[in-house]
Ligand binder design. Sequence first.
Ligand code: NAD
Ligand code: MG
Length: 299
Amino acid sequence: MSKQMQAKMTEQEPKPPFPEQHQKGPGLESKLDPLPHFHAEAYKPAGKLENKVALITGGDSGIGRAVALLYAREGAKVAIVYLPVEQSDADTTKKAIEEVGGTCLQIAGDLTDTAFCDKVVEKTVQEFGTIDILVANAGHQNRKKTLQDVTDEEFDRTFKTNIYSYFRLARAALRHMKPGSAIIATSSETGILGSKLLPDYSATKGAINAFTKTLAMNVLDRHIRVNAVAPGPVWTPLNPSDAGETPEQVAQFGADSPMGRPAQPEELAPAYVFLASNADSSYITGTVLEVMGGETTGG
Ligand code: NAD
Ligand code: MG
């Protein structure tokens, strides 16, 4: 595809205002209007992940779905984890993967449960024989006006979903991973910049960044690389199902970012291929890769 064509596609990515909308968490991608773009049609696969096995949490929708499909197009076998209420979205991901000749193992359950984190790794290894790539991508967020609105239960839920599960999944995956494997976490610009209405969420993303750097040092001698991706706003179910977001705010989602729009999931997924592929990023570990649409204040 020509540069002109790509530029045109970028200009055509949906911009706010979107229709006013809101869903109950975790939200379904199938109910978003407009539907997010996850097919990455301009992307040309090159067999970068052939014979690899990848486990992707939150692979039913949003960024995780786009990553799962691109990994499959790059030749990986993919296992996706999601909550049982998201089965219909997970079926759409599986179908999209099978349409490109890939294989998708679905694992439904709650990642705030320690035993389930171990179980998903074991299931992946039982099905595919190994695990080469872990993408710890599941996340939970609810905006709050003041710290008084952050209950202990909500604080626990955010930490258990976003950072405990990353730690537990990495610990379980590292029992099996061989040299050349990769761990990738989804962070956020909020972990770098902070975010006024997301105290618990931003703290988990800061923890993800520090844990990523530390784990990278810890497993460097095993030739396993550990990195994170920090997205800016992305059009996925996460924000339209944030209990602290109004339908009017969802309509303006991403308007205040430098590009005046949120990213589409397909604009995030290539960063995850890059960090998983030893042909692309063999000298990169312990980094937090910013995919923030021109937001530069975090340095
Ligand atoms: P999404 O809603 O599509 O994905 C989040 C997924 O997390 C859900 O699909 C769900 O399957 C999973 N999940 C949540 N709680 C879970 C639990 N207890 N057990 C199992 N799975 C659970 O939204 P997304 O935006 O693609 O989110 C993916 C990641 O991107 C998250 O870590 C999020 O924090 C991060 N992120 C998103 C944005 C954005 O603007 N959308 C920006 C920065 C970072
Ligand atoms: Mg989902």
